[in-house]
Design a protein around this ligand. Structure first.
Ligand code: NCD
Ligand code: ZN
Ligand code: ZN
Length: 437
């Protein structure tokens, strides 16, 4: 055995004291006592599966002044993420096979952690979907205009879902209806205007379209609705078929428009918008009741300079990969969320949706683990301590508990809150390595 890790292991929703044995990056044994070539003892500390971030924009290629795979994956590692999935709204966009392969090449040189790449499906590349599926880990569809302007005509959704349903890849959807967005377009001066120009009705309409369009595919297709933001969207999703999962972001869960200062309006401009206290409470209710499945960061870094434009010109999006797990570990420590729910939303369900052999401490899966010491003091988030290239955070001053160590396929990448891993350790998860479900 190459490594053994000892501590309180999270197994099937409970903690058991014992050891995890690792060979060639995989978990090969879980026993009371084991000793490998390299032994780590974490006595009273918790060993959890590392988090998976289903939704990041690491901006490479094209916008590497905002982020790249080096800084983005470093930030992810500090936040306990062993695997991220990158979105296609780069330049060039990830809409052709050569762009997917090019992106994998960039990430393979720079990433500290493992990754998957999504291909965008737009109006004119559906013929390439089969080829794309050989390399991409899933498809992304934008039903409404957002940063990067990749779009699919919303009327074509049913046909496209039918077309890709045989390809065995999940499809993630940005659910805002473009027709509705166009009807509400106004000149925006502040966040209230941003909500007016992107009302909940647009989310609701897009979700209705997804529910209807997905009903008719011959084969069931795994569909993930990204970043749910409103009561209205939640209401119609309360009863959704099991092939649809629902994602929510830290910013929609932890912030609301009433909390945001006048000074920082552009910073909190994001699509879909951060809405009211009531929307925020509804999303928490959805989590507690098990209607919402996955926590995803939608890490969308823009530099401070980009954000300091006039409201109308400022780009939409906020960073959040590094702070996601730590913010919610603090919620666990404050008894606002169970650890079981957090592991389900950040590890198990993202692994189930994407098929990657991670997300659970189980023989045969990758040894992607984090060590958490719940006795450590909760810290206030400070932008200067974070690692994204964008240099700011929408969660400044908020409470967080950072994981102490991170292992990616058995290799220690974060040790005692410090980076010890190497860029290039991260690997692309080939769709062929997927776990069959
Ligand atoms: C994202 C970005 O900047 O890439 N922006 C955002 O407001 N969420 C795009 C997106 O996910 O819609
Ligand atoms: Zn989006
Ligand atoms: Zn996004």
């Amino acid at each position: 055995m190459d490594q053994t890790i000892e501590g309180k292991i999270y197994l099937n929703g409970r903690f058991e004291e014992g050891c995890i044995g690792i060979k060639d990056g995989k978990i090969t044994a879980i026993k009371k006592i084991l000793k490998g070539d390299e032994h780590y003892s974490f006595s009273h500390q918790l060993i959890l599966p590392a988090a998976i971030d289903l939704h990041v924009h690491f901006r490479e290629p094209g916008f590497t002044y905002k982020e790249d795979f080096y800084t983005g994956s470093k930030a992810a590692a500090y936040g306990g993420i062993s695997c991220f999935f990158d979105m296609p709204n780069t330049n060039p966009p990830t809409t052709h096979t050569n762009n997917v392969l090019e992106k994998i090449r960039y990430a393979s040189k720079k990433s500290f952690v493992d990754y998957g790449i999504y291909a965008g499906i737009i109006d004119n590349n559906i013929d390439e979907a089969k080829k794309l599926s050989e390399y991409c880990n899933g498809f992304k569809i934008y039903l409404g205009d957002t940063t990067g302007s990749l779009q699919l005509d919303e009327q074509k959704l049913g046909d496209v879902l039918e077309e890709i349903s045989s390809l065995n890849r999940p499809v993630l959807i940005h659910a805002e209806s473009n027709k509705c967005l166009q009807q509400h377009r106004i000149t925006e001066d502040n966040l209230q205007d941003h909500i007016r120009s992107r009302p909940a009705e647009c989310e609701e309409n897009a979700i209705r379209n997804i529910l209807l369009s997905s009903k008719t595919t011959k084969k069931p297709l795994k569909i993930h609705i990204c970043h749910l933001s409103s009561c209205e969207g939640f209401e119609i999703l309360k009863k959704h078929p099991p092939n649809i999962t629902i994602g929510v972001t830290p910013h929609h869960l932890l912030l609301n428009i009433e909390k945001i200062s006048k000074r920082y309006q552009t910073h909190y401009k994001v699509n879909p918008p951060i809405r009211t206290n009531l929307d925020q409470e509804t999303l928490w209710y959805g989590i507690q009741k098990g209607f919402i499945d996955i926590l995803e960061s939608d890490h969308a870094p823009h530099t401070l300079q980009d954000k300091e434009a006039e409201f109308m010109d400022a780009p939409a999006g906020v960073p959040g990969a590094e702070t996601m797990l730590p913010l919610f570990l603090a919620e666990v420590k404050r008894n606002n969320l169970s650890l079981k729910k957090l592991v389900s939303m950040l590890c198990e369900k993202p692994a189930d949706l994407t098929g990657v052999p991670k997300g659970r401490i189980e023989i045969g899966r990758d040894a992607d683990l984090i060590i958490v010491d719940l006795k450590e003091e909760i810290k206030n988030i400070r932008a200067e301590h974070l690692h994204s290239k964008c240099g700011w955070t929408p969660f400044e001053g908020m409470k967080a508990l950072f994981p102490k160590h991170l292992f990616v396929r058995g290799e220690i990448v974060i040790e005692d809150h410090a980076l010890v891993g190497a860029p290039g350790h991260g690997k692309h998860i080939q769709p062929s390595q997927y776990i069959r479900m």
